[in-house]
Design a protein around this ligand. Structure first.
Ligand SMILES: Nc1ncnc2c1ncn2[C@@H]1O[C@H](COP(=O)(O)OP(=O)(O)OP(=O)(O)O)[C@@H](O)[C@H]1O
Length: 243
C-alpha cells in the first residue's frame, strides 16, 4: 500500500510537485496522468528515494519515506522509459547482478532468479551478451528484470513505454499486468490517457504539480458524462492552463 501525504518538491523557484496526496492499495494500478512537466517524474523519483522531498512524506507498506529511506528502498522497484541506464560493456546479466549486489542479495540466489526471469521474459538468447549490443526493446527487458530482482512489493513505472515499438510496448504492458497479478502495488505515469485507460484501476490527473482530478475510469466517465477520457483530459488540463 502507498499513501502519499502532502508531497512537495521545490527546485529553486519551481514548485514541481505541490502538496500531492493520493493512495494506492495492494494489487492496484494507479495511473498518474499529466502533460510534460506536470511533475510525474519528480513524484516517482521522490517515492523511490532518489530525490528528497521539500515537504510531505509517503507511507509505503507501513514505512515512512522520510524516516526510513533505507527500508523504503527494499520495498520499491522503479522502471523508467527512454535511456535504460545500463552499462554497455557489462553483459545483461552482469548489469542485473550489479544491481542485486547493491540490494545485498546473495550472488548465487540472484543468478538463479535471473535465469528464471530470463526464461519468463524470453531473454535467454541475449542474457550473456554485452548490453551495448542490444536493441532498445531488449535493453528495456533487462531494465525490467533489474527493477524486480529484489522482489519489491511496490513498482513505479515512469513512462516506461516511451520510444519503444508496438511489440515492446505490449511486452512492457504484459509485465505491468504480471506485477498486478503478483499483488504488487503499482504507480504508472504516462501522458497518454488511452494507455492509462487500458491498464489502470484508478487515475490521478496531475497538472503543474497538483492533483486536479482522481477516480476510477468508470467514476470519471460517470462524473463528466463522457466516454472520451482523452478529450476530458485535454479539457481539464486546458481549463487549468487558462486560470
Ligand atoms: N532537477 C531539476 N532542477 C530544476 N527543475 C527541475 C528538475 N527536475 C524537474 N524540474 C522541473 O520540475 C517540473 C516537473 O518536472 P517533471 O520531470 O517531474 O515532469 P513530468 O511530468 O515527469 O514531465 P515529462 O513527461 O516531461 O517527463 C518541470 O518544470 C521541470 O522543469
Amino acid at each position: 500500500m502507498v499513501e502519499v501525504i502532502g508531497l512537495t518538491k521545490v527546485f529553486k523557484n519551481i514548485k514541481a510537485v505541490d502538496n500531492l496526496s493520493f493512495r494506492v492499495e495492494e494489487g492496484e494500478i494507479y495511473g498518474l496522468l499529466g502533460e510534460n512537466g506536470a511533475g510525474k517524474t519528480t513524484t516517482l523519483r521522490m517515492l523511490a528515494t532518489m530525490l528528497k522531498p521539500t515537504n510531505g512524506t509517503a507511507i509505503i507498506n507501513g514505512k515512512d519515506l522520510i524516516k526510513e529511506p533505507e527500508e523504503i528502498r527494499k520495498e520499491v522497484g522503479i522502471l523508467f522509459g527512454g535511456e535504460s541506464g545500463l552499462y554497455d560493456r557489462l553483459t545483461a546479466r552482469e548489469n542485473i547482478l550489479y544491481f542485486a549486489e547493491l540490494h545485498d542479495m546473495d550472488k548465487k540466489e540472484a543468478n538463479k532468479k535471473i535465469d528464471i526471469l530470463a526464461r519468463k521474459f524470453d531473454m535467454t538468447e541475449f542474457i550473456d551478451r554485452p548490453a551495448g549490443k542490444l536493441s532498445k526493446g531488449m535493453k528495456q527487458k533487462v531494465a525490467i528484470v533489474r527493477s524486480i530482482i529484489h522482489d519489491p512489493k511496490v513498482m513505479l513505472f515512469d513512462e516506461p513505454t516511451s520510444g519503444l515499438d508496438v511489440g515492446s510496448v505490449r511486452e512492457v504492458h504484459d509485465f505491468i499486468r504480471f506485477c498486478k497479478e503478483e499483488g504488487k502495488t503499482i504507480i504508472f505515469s504516462s501522458h497518454s490517457m488511452s494507455e492509462v485507460e487500458k491498464l489502470c484501476d484508478k487515475i490521478g490527473i496531475i497538472h503543474k504539480g497538483k492533483l486536479i482530478e482522481e477516480g476510477t475510469i468508470a467514476d470519471l466517465k460517470e462524473k463528466y458524462k463522457t466516454d472520451n477520457l482523452e478529450e476530458l483530459f485535454m479539457e481539464l488540463v486546458g481549463e487549468k492552463i487558462e486560470v
